[in-house]
Design a protein around this ligand. Structure first.
Ligand code: AMP
Ligand code: GLY
Length: 414
């Protein structure tokens, strides 16, 4: 009897759960805490992602064979160290290796030391010194709070005044707690996310995907967790992908081994193709959301077997469908600002395509909204245009009275 526990509740965990459930090697899947959609593939367990001790207790009691971690919060609380200390098998980076995501200044230092291409930067704790540095710089300039700030710690200041006000909030008012800010040059180009499975210096690639971070069409408005994604990026060549793999993902994994923070799990490169080459905007220590939903929808080989093989230092089989795949996120109205939960939603049965639940819950037999991002609709096609048409056709069939979505996912690239 092989049992897998997935930690998390968003769309990425729904996509992981769906794939793990497909494996012929797996008998039972649990997800903590899960959501209404994840309940299609897994047994939801009411333990929160921060409750590391309770998760470990559950894994021991249920004799879980493998735990896969979704969110960064469990990783930076040391879930992997805890499970390792109890002899429980878990796929994800240790707290020390997670620093590549949880501290922007650490990630930047590592990249500088090992020559991984990224924007020039300096780190500041002192407001006056930060202002002096900004005065010498071209605008826009990027200010990054050094720590986890739920996607809200990055400011792109277009003017000197804007930079000054934000630095005041970050360094004097200490808006996010500990006052440390990375100030880096603004990079221009097409962004893409590149996720790889990593065990120490061994790196196995997934396919690149494009994320849409802003709430409104045309990439306007505030940042969100991600409003849509697609694969088969027309602006990324084979050479670009090879460069990203060798010069960024492999180099960084090797650097982490040298620094005594060997990484095991999914290393996510948030990359940008600039006129002077591909550079790193950020690293994450986990599957990206909503990229995972489109990328794993393309995976035709066994995800569970791949993870087990990677952990056992065996070459995994990773086969991806070559067709473009595109996903549209449906959110609660008001997100990423204030929004209400508990709104009824109706999802018809689809013969093709995928519906991933991001923030839903069962209320009796009804599905209700339970978060900012609610659903992600994913479809493929022989061209990006066809994938886009198929995904939006599915959206049309969902009752979107209580939901909002972007209309332009993939549009610029057709
Ligand atoms: P991060 O949390 O570091 O991914 O930043 C959030 C978003 O801010 C990124 O996806 C980019 O769109 C933007 N961003 C961050 N750093 C830079 C940079 N150096 N140049 C241009 N845009 C950036
Ligand atoms: N889609 C960006 C992230 O997962 O952080």
């Amino acid at each position: 009897m092989v049992k897998v526990l997935i930690v998390g509740s968003g769309g990425r965990c729904d996509a992981i759960a769906a794939k793990i459930k497909e494996s012929e090697l797996v008998d039972l899947v649990f997800c903590a805490p899960g959501n209404a959609g994840i309940a299609r593939h897994a047994i939801n367990v009411p333990i929160a992602v921060e409750e590391i001790d309770k998760l470990a207790e559950f894994a021991l009691k249920e004799k879980i064979d493998l735990t896969i971690v979704g969110p960064e919060v469990s990783l930076s609380l040391g879930i992997v160290d805890k499970f390792n200390s109890l002899g429980l098998k878990i796929f994800g980076p240790t707290k020390a290796a997670t620093t590549i995501e949880s501290s922007k200044s650490y990630a930047k230092e590592l990249m500088k030391k090992y020559n991984v291409p990224t924007a020039d930067y300096e780190v500041f704790t002192n407001y006056e010194e930060a202002i002096k540095y900004v005065e010498k710089k071209k605008m826009p300039i990027v200010l990054k709070y050094d720590g986890l700030a739920a996607g809200k710690g990055v400011i792109i200041a277009k003017t000197y005044e804007e930079a000054k006000t934000n630095l005041y909030d970050m360094l004097i008012d200490k808006e996010f707690g500990e006052a440390k800010v990375v100030i880096e040059d603004f990079l221009e180009g097409e962004e893409f996310s590149y996720m790889c499975f990593v065990k120490n210096d061994k790196v196995y690639k997934m396919i690149p995907a494009r994320d849409y971070k802003r709430i409104y069409d045309g990439d306007l408005g505030p940042n969100t967790g991600g409003m849509g994604a697609f694969t088969n990026l027309p602006f990324i060549t084979k050479e670009d992908e090879d460069f990203a793999y060798n010069e960024i993902m492999v180099k960084t994994s090797k650097a982490l081994v040298k620094e005594n923070r060997p990484f095991m799990g999914v290393l996510y490169g948030g990359l940008i193709k600039t006129s002077t080459g591909i550079k790193v905007i950020e690293f994450n220590a986990r599957f990206g959301d909503p990229e995972t939903e489109v990328v794993l929808s393309c995976l035709t080989s066994d995800l569970y077997k791949a993870i087990i093989d990677i952990m056992a230092d065996k070459e995994p089989e990773l086969i991806f469908d070559k067709r473009p795949t595109l996903g549209v996120v449906l959110t609660s109205i008001g997100y990423p600002g204030k929004y209400e939960k508990g709104k009824k939603i109706f999802i018809p049965a689809f013969e093709e395509g995928f519906i991933y639940h991001m923030g839903t819950k069962l209320n009796g037999n009804e599905i209700v909204t339970n978060g900012g991002r609610v659903l992600m609709v994913v479809a493929n096609g022989y061209t990006l245009e066809e994938a886009r048409i198929n995904a939006y056709e599915m959206v049309k069939q969902i009752d979107t009275k209580n939901l909002y979505y972007r209309k332009d996912i993939g549009l610029k690239f057709i």
